[in-house]
Ligand binder design. Structure first.
Ligand SMILES: Nc1nc2c(c(=O)[nH]1)N[C@H]1C(S)=C(S)[C@@H](COP(=O)(O)OP(=O)(O)OC[C@H]3O[C@@H](n4cnc5c(=O)[nH]c(N)nc54)[C@H](O)[C@@H]3O)O[C@H]1N2
Ligand SMILES: Nc1nc2c(c(=O)[nH]1)N[C@H]1C(S)=C(S)[C@@H](COP(=O)(O)OP(=O)(O)OC[C@H]3O[C@@H](n4cnc5c(=O)[nH]c(N)nc54)[C@H](O)[C@@H]3O)O[C@H]1N2
Ligand SMILES: [Mo]
Length: 768
């Protein structure tokens, strides 16, 4: 495949003709055009399937209820291209390993179970029964249940993930590393500590009532395009949209609604952000601290003048604890440190504070720009501190909104995919099935990889995802997988992780969410939970490509049956009718009573959120202010403090995590290439380099390992000096496995200490 590469700044609004054109091109390029269109039109409706694109909620207002990137996700899954035994007979695993991630997935859907043959270096067909028997053989040979890792990626349905965790716990382990460990873990940990529940507190329609929306570290134009509708409607009503983003992101500047053709034709794009701040990487906690410092000053001045203070004193005293310690920490933080760490001036932060305090109802949203740093839990808690001071919880149009990534990642956690399960959950599970679940905490993703590198892990099962490519420190992540006794990947498409098998290796081909799922009792639906705690049914409509593909739920049941038999649970019977699984979920997870019945509600049902009702499942049942100081350093290694640059790794417009749909990043003006490095033009000059030159990027870390990627083209960009940005997963070799967030354990993918130098050789551009 040939791609023309160029850099050409994008001038139009996000979401306009560009979006529609690109969507239709994607849809009509495919041989399945009609089927795809039908699929798209059913997406996110009462009947039909949930969009596998992202975890944003459905407003049920639009006729065209999909976005460009949702269309790509569906089309990518619905392809009629496939890889079969012949393909694998023609390609060794070593040869496939040399191919790009784009090439691997582009080959199409996996259709039959495959087993790696180390003697020939080929994957070869294996029957489902033999595959399950092989898994059981490896598992039965283990010395203890913690020699298995059960990884989950956030597309897995509630039914499949609940069954999966039951299997793991009955077997005796809490080793449930998941994609969330690399994603919103800090949001869950921070929110749980502050307000007692690790989820967002708002409903989608709160966006219709907010006076101000603060968007931290998030690129919705690409990653949550339907969020732009909510922001745009709010902006049109006159609400302030205040963005904190290190980069100028087009989707946060202007948005033309593709569902309003006139707007698109006349280019009457709406402004999204009324104010746009560009903090330095990792500088948001300092920025918020600065806002609170300014607000505290005004609050005290007003009180001294005998007026009503700014803060919501009634809310604070009724619902919270720790405000004095927090304000003391604020007093102790100097403006000089705040300005230095945030990269924003006192004047800018006073202005942001002023917008905040003038709004009656405020929503704060955030994503990876907040959660993938060393001090992410403290940053999340600083957002909560600000909201608590003003009583922005428990009322319409206000609250906290971590915008989740994968379409069912929040549901996976609700179902118990958690290496640190709560006691009441384990108690309920144990009582319902009359067994003693393991109580010891299991491994998160980083701990799982470390255990594999120490040869402690015999079996890895991955329910979706692409662990080897999504994880930090690629060479070590790949080695970790290859050291396992057996790797089992339950996947829709070929990916990097399949090419680093353990001593034994299986690929199990699964149905996607868009496809019909037929079991003994008939066609099945599954359920998912969005970022707003709405649970709803999702029923595939497409005809599966091959009879040899199985649903995730059926595969998990097959593994559990082979390993544990029917002693306590008849796994295969549960998988024959998912209603039976939902009855067990209803009996073991709060909020799911009458689950099967509730699934009939169009639009789904709300799980509830205690904190949103001002009930706090925390110490003394009060929301807790956090009084953390600003971090002394953004890096856990002193070597790194000398680094001239901090690099963030992010997503282009044409990718879904490690799935690369195409090589363009339209809104950032990048076409036909992915190995680019966004950099401030003044930094290019200061280095004596010129735009377009190729550089090497090297991590500065303390373990003696050289981490370097080569041949990245310098692209001048509106980004603070000293900060850089490049795409994930190409830059994952630069993220040290030992660099992760405090408490969260999340790899610090948004603050990598690096230096850059001119590439010594002309490196051929490898496509992602
Ligand atoms: N099309 C598409 N949709 C997706 C995904 C996808 O890959 N493709 N991935 C899904 C998943 S799993 C997730 S988690 C989400 C990810 O959604 P996002 O969090 O939007 O993803 P990123 O591309 O990592 O973008 C991070 C954004 O934060 C900014 N940023 C980075 N560091 C900082 C910082 O320190 N401070 C501030 N203020 N800003 C910062 C970056 O400039 C960038 O705009 O999207 C989900 N939806
Ligand atoms: N450097 C850096 N690293 C990061 C990030 C970053 O910003 N920077 N982001 C992190 C984040 S937020 C996340 S969530 C992780 C993502 O980590 P993962 O969730 O592990 O990765 P994905 O790329 O989403 O997984 C793609 C694969 O999932 C399989 N798949 C797709 N659909 C289905 C399905 O319906 N069922 C099953 N069983 N399999 C399916 C396909 O085989 C596909 O190849 O990456 C993390 N890694
Ligand atoms: Mo994510």
């Amino acid at each position: 495949m040939k791609f023309k590469s160029q850099i050409k700044p994008y001038q139009a609004a996000a979401g306009g003709w560009g979006a529609l054109e690109s969507t239709t091109r994607f849809v009509f390029d495919s041989k399945q055009a009609l089927k795809n269109m039908r699929n798209l039109l059913r997406m996110n409706k009462a009947k039909g399937f949930d969009c596998p694109g992202c975890a944003w909620g459905d407003d049920n207002k639009s006729t065209f209820s999909f976005c460009e990137n949702g269309a790509k996700a569906v089309t990518w899954e619905a392809t009629r291209r496939f890889v079969d035994a012949e393909f694998f007979a023609n390609h060794t695993v070593s040869a496939l390993y040399q191919q790009s991630n784009y090439f691997l997935e582009y080959q199409g859907r996996l259709t039959e179970p495959l087993r790696y043959n180390p003697a020939t270096d080929h994957y070869e067909p294996v029957s489902w029964d033999d595959a399950f028997a092989l898994i059981a053989k490896h598992i039965h040979a283990m010395d203890n249940p913690n020699q298995i890792e059960l990884y989950t990626s956030g597309r897995a349905s509630n039914e499949a993930s609940w069954l999966y965790q039951l299997f793991g716990r009955m077997f005796g382990t809490n080793n449930f590393p998941d994609c969330s460990n690399m994603c919103h873990e800090a949001s869950g940990s921070g929110l749980k500590r502050s307000i007692g529940v690790g989820k967002g507190t708002i409903h989608l329609n709160d966006f219709d009532h907010a006076d101000a929306i603060f968007v931290f570290g998030q690129n919705p134009g690409t990653n949550h395009p339907r969020m732009l509708h909510s922001l745009r409607h709010a902006a049109d009503r006159g609400a302030s949209i205040v963005t904190f983003n290190t980069l100028r992101e087009r989707g946060l500047e202007r948005f033309a609604d593709p569902q309003k053709p006139l707007e698109v034709v006349t280019s009457k794009a709406g402004t999204i952000s009324s104010t746009y701040y560009q903090p330095k990487l990792g500088g948001d906690m300092a920025a918020i601290r600065g806002m609170v410092k300014a607000l505290t000053e005004t609050h005290r001045q007003r009180i001294a003048a005998g007026e009503k203070g700014l803060f919501d004193e009634a809310f604070i005293s009724a619902n919270t604890e720790g405000v004095d310690a927090y304000l003391a920490a604020v007093d102790a933080t100097e403006w000089s440190l705040i300005e230095h760490q945030s990269g924003l001036s006192e004047t800018q932060l006073r202005e942001a504070a002023d917008i905040y305090q003038r709004a009656e109802r405020v929503i704060c949203t955030w994503a990876m720009g907040i959660t993938q740093h060393k001090h992410s839990v403290d940053s999340v808690r600083e957002i909560v501190n600000l909201q608590l001071l003003f009583g922005q919880l428990g009322k319409q149009g206000a609250g906290l909104c971590p915008v989740r990534g994968h379409s069912n990642v929040q549901g996976n956690r609700t179902m118990g995919i958690d290496e640190k399960p709560a006691k009441p959950f384990l108690d309920a599970l144990g009582a319902h099935f009359a067994f003693e679940p393991p109580r010891e905490h299991g491994h998160n993703t980083v701990a799982a990889l470390e255990a594999m590198l120490r040869d402690e892990i015999k079996v890895l099962i991955a329910l979706g995802g692409n662990l080897a490519a999504a994880a930090p420190d690629s060479p070590r992540a790949e080695e970790a997988l290859s050291r396992c006794g057996l790797t089992v990947h339950i996947s829709t498409k070929l990916n990097r992780s399949h090419l680093v098998p353990g001593h034994d290796g299986l690929i199990l081909p699964t149905l996607g969410r868009t496809e019909q799922d037929m079991q003994a009792s008939g066609s099945q639906y599954v359920t998912v939970e969005d970022s707003f705690s709405m649970v709803h049914a999702s029923e595939g409509v497409g005809k599966p490509l091959a009879e040899t593909q199985r649903s995730e739920t059926a595969i998990v049941a097959g593994i559990a049956d082979a390993v544990l038999g029917k002693v306590k649970v008849d796994w295969l019977d549960l998988a024959s009718n998912y209603d039976k699984i939902r009855d067990h979920i209803a009996a073991t997870i709060p909020g799911f009573a009458d689950f099967n019945k509730k699934c009939e509600q169009p639009g789904g049902f709300y799980l509830g959120n205690a904190a949103a009702e001002l009930r706090f499942n925390t110490l003394h049942n009060k929301a807790q202010f956090s009084d953390a100081s600003l971090p002394a350093s953004l890096f856990p290694s002193s070597v790194s403090d000398e680094a001239p640059f901090t690099l963030q790794t992010l997503r282009s417009h044409d990718q879904y995590n490690t799935t690369i749909y195409g090589l363009d990043d339209r809104y950032r003006g990048v076409y036909g290439q992915r190995e680019v490095l966004f950099i401030n033009p003044e930094d290019i000059d200061a280095l004596g380099l010129t735009a377009g030159q190729n550089v090497d990027i090297e991590t500065l870390w303390n373990d003696g390992i050289t981490r370097i990627v080569s041949g990245f083209k310098l692209v001048p960009y509106n980004i603070p000096r000293g900060n850089l940005a490049a795409y994930y997963p190409e830059t994952n070799p630069l993220v040290p496995l030992s660099s992760f967030g405090d408490i969260s354990g999340t790899p610090t993918s948004k603050s990598i200490p690096v230096k850059i130098s001119l590439s010594s050789e002309v490196v051929s551009q490898r496509i992602a």
